[in-house]
Design a protein around this ligand. Structure first.
Ligand code: SAM
Ligand code: DTB
Ligand code: SF4
Length: 322
């Protein structure tokens, strides 16, 4: 088995077999090594706090089987047009006061047009001027659009690979895996930092989770930020009613992500509202060190300040400050 010293050096030739073997290691060995690597590269007493805002909601032409915002599913969500920059900035100011250091603007687009990228860039400039880190997730981008966002000072772009290349077609048919990789390459080339991860609990196999992690870890350099989402099952979406993932499998996936991408910040993203404090504590121990604050993600519920403050206090963990 790989030594701790060799795991500390990021490498980009991870195979799916290696990733699967890591996830399958005896639980205590996996957790001990993941926590050791975590402590060597990150402060286990700190978590990074981001806050999300849905700046354009619903009516999305894509058919992502997990997503409440696809126009193909009847989830009862009220579509909303792109928010004016003034409303976005007001929400960002609230996020800053709530303790967030990063503000992530999400839009239910397959891909924005150039005019939409200009409008979001304007908001990015103003949010950045508040002293917040900025992140946007707007769908697929051209190289020129990524550059426009970079020039506006965008710090991170979120675009998830979601799952393994093999399972992808079961979840989305309106775009292909290579489209996602191409957008990630444009973002990387523009100088904006990469936030990319995936979703577990969609009915995928352990090998698919390994396949996702191998794809992420093959990116060179590794993504700065790796969100691991646990599927939020929304009534009306095709994945509603999927058999629930064993929570310890989420912990294993986070631990393997930590070992494979030692310098990346792993975010315990969607799904926390349904998690116990004990499960979240294990995920943070396994190497996650970032969360979304607030009582809403994009369209679904998140634990909110009271519960999160109580949890972090019990774990002697502080939020990273601006
Ligand atoms: N439309 C853009 C896109 O898909 O890239 C940006 C917004 S999209 C909602 C951002 C990410 O949210 C998706 O890639 C997916 O990983 C995550 N997501 C969406 N619905 C989810 C759900 N029900 N449970 C967990 N994660 C979800
Ligand atoms: C990510 O990986 N998770 C966030 C963020 N990136 C954009 C989104 C989670 C969305 C969960 C479903 C919803 O609230 O609509
Ligand atoms: Fe649209 Fe993004 Fe939802 Fe897919 S995940 S349906 S692209 S908003």
């Amino acid at each position: 088995m790989t030594t701790i010293e060799s795991l500390l050096r990021p490498r980009h030739n991870w195979s799916v077999d290696e990733a699967e073997a890591l996830i399958a290691r005896p639980f205590h060995d996996l957790l001990a090594d993941a926590h050791e690597i975590h402590r060597a590269r990150h402060d286990p007493h700190e978590v990074e706090a981001a806050m999300l805002l849905s700046i354009k909601t619903g009516a999305c032409p894509e058919d992502c089987a997990y997503c409440p915002q696809s126009a193909k599913w009847n989830t009862g969500l009220k579509p909303e047009r792109l928010m004016p920059a003034s409303e976005i900035v007001a929400a960002a100011e609230k996020a800053r006061l709530a303790g967030a250091t990063r503000f992530c603007m999400g839009a239910a687009w397959r891909e924005p047009n150039d005019q939409q990228v200009e409008e979001v860039s304007h908001a990015v400039r103003e949010v950045g001027a508040l002293g917040l880190e900025t992140c946007a997730t707007l769908g697929m981008l051209t190289a020129e659009q990524a550059t426009t966002l970079a020039e506006a000072g965008l710090d991170y772009y979120n675009h998830n690979l979601d799952t393994s290349p093999e399972f992808y077609g079961e979840i989305i048919t309106t775009r292909v895996y290579q489209d996602r990789l191409t957008t990630l390459a444009h973002v990387r080339d523009s100088g904006v930092k990469l936030c990319t991860g995936g979703i577990v609990g969609m009915g995928e196999s352990r090998r698919d989770r390994a396949g996702l992690l191998a794809q992420l870890a093959q990116l060179d350099p590794h993504p700065e930020s790796v969100p691991i989402n646990l599927l939020v099952q929304v009534p009306g979406t095709p994945l509603f009613g999927t058999e629930k993932l064993d929570p310890l499998e989420l912990v294993r996936t986070i631990a393997a992500a930590r070992l494979m991408m030692p310098e990346s910040v792993v975010r315990l993203s969607a799904g926390r509202n349904e998690m116990t404090d004990e499960l979240q504590a294990l995920c943070l121990h396994a190497g996650a060190s970032s969360i979304f604050l607030g009582d809403r993600l994009l369209t679904t519920a998140n634990p909110g300040a009271t519960r999160d403050e109580a949890l972090l206090e019990k774990l002697d963990v502080q939020l990273v400050e601006l």
